[in-house]
Write a protein that binds this ligand. Sequence first.
Ligand code: DC
Length: 209
Amino acid sequence: MKIAIDGPAASGKTTLGRRLAQALGFLFVPTGAMYRAAALAHLRGLSIQEVEITVAEDGHVFLNGEDVTAALASPELDELSSRLAVDGRVRARLVELQRRLAQDRDVVMEGRDIGTVVLPDAELKIFLWATLEERARRRQREQGGDFAQVLEAIRQRDERDSTRELAPLRPAPDAVFLDTTGKSPEEVLCLVLRLVEERRAHLSRRASA
Ligand code: DC
């Protein structure tokens, strides 16, 4: 089974994805972290063709064999990863790596274009959403900083990610829209586990029909 989670910045995709994958025993692939690792490679002067990014079973992200997980959550990489993500060569390379990771595996993959481009045949697609204010509060809790600035940075990133020409952020037509505003991570996980059960029941009814 493949589960795609898409949504805007700080909507809770990584928190949900990690917990969901753990609960189901699936591999978790945080593709946002892969774009961040590509941005880090760019800062180090590497071209995308020289870059190998892998995600380990425990969610750690490796850039050419080096564990870079701890360096990925920073306002600088928030911004640069979103800027680099408009580049067709970067996207083509990362989509290739992402599909390879998902091959013949049960996966939970989070990002912006998973349900639309990377895994269009995913059995369950979730579009995770929360208001801009709530997402800014969540990001400020994680990274600190001035609330108005955090909010503005997220607003700009949302705009860039959803208006770019290639694989813009948008819900797949068959995605389930989930508004997480005011909901705890546990509530969201419970809701999604219920959707997984429903989907599994539907698939097994179809297989035995
Ligand atoms: O989810 P995130 O904030 O870690 O993602 C960082 C940036 O990477 C995001 O602003 C846009 C880009 N991205 C993308 O274009 N496609 C994806 N599947 C995942 C992330």
